[in-house]
Design a protein around this ligand. Sequence first.
Ligand code: ADP
Ligand code: ZN
Length: 342
Amino acid sequence: MRITETVFDKEKVSIYFDGSISLLDTHTDEGNVVIITDENIYNIYRNQLEAYKIIQIPAGEKSKTQNTIDSIIEQLLKLDADKTTLIAGLGGGVVTDIAGYVSSIYKRGTKLALIPTSILAMTDAAIGGKNGINVGPYKNMVGTTKQPSFLIYDYNFLQTLPKQEWISGFAEIIKHSSIKDEMLFATLEANSLEQYMQNISLTADLIEKNVAIKTNIVIDDVYEKGDRYLLNFGHTFGHAIENLYGLPHGYAVSLGMVIAAKISAEINNFDIVSVERLKNILLKYHLPVSMELNNMQLLTLLKKDKKRAGNEINFVMLSKIGEAIVKQISFKEIEYLQNQLL
Ligand code: ADP
Ligand code: ZN
């Protein structure tokens, strides 16, 4: 097991790489842990979870609602959970988001641990303390920023992760490399998804590299005033596409990154060869790079983006592979570029 300690905005967060669930017991009094997980994980890992108080939620993005939060709170009350209870989120990004949010509001805050089980949660959702739920079609409209006291990475969970979820998670890994790390981008070009799926220690290295990238970005900018915004690369169009067409997050972000790369080529001197490089790497990891899109409907959704600033939007563009910047563009400009490029 390898342990790292990071301080985010005065909060110390420990990460146990190659750890196991039993670490929960060493952090709180006996029996004072409630694990929140989804029905898929519960059904697969039921035996390992027998010793714990469990709250199950239905799997998938549709669970990220206030109704789920209300139901969890009722169950926490029945379980006599109090401020000293350790709430542990065991699952993908949906579960870690929900556990983080509940832990930050239940009795004005409990201790929180996260055990991410998907590539997406390990490399992205579980790092940085953002949590939240959706409101109608709008993603992550309500939430808080709360750091877990610790995270446990147990790579054995990845053995049961469906391939589609591997693919979706790799969109965020490709995103990290595109905005911050050309070497990592080149490594991904040289390897393949199938290689990572078969070689857990190769994947562990990759995940830890991505945790480091995300941590380094967030650490100086917990409240997203600067560099953290770059993590939204591909997400402006990505979120709108996810909403409109119900694609899995990573697939929608993949399409969003291609659009953002084309816009970068048009107005940020990002070279065309690099646009092709990005498309090719996404294809290599089985992610989509083109789709018939309804530009009008997308534009309407973009205007509802929570990152909108008046008639403009802060848009993340690539300058080259491994380097990104934020530029304000107006909706008028976006409409023009959509008609030009998509
Ligand atoms: P995210 O893609 O943000 O991680 P979810 O929390 O919805 O989103 O997880 C994606 C799907 O993968 C869910 O259906 C979840 O139950 C499933 N899942 C997550 N981790 C595992 C795992 N280790 N084994 C099997 N299924 C998993
Ligand atoms: Zn994302």
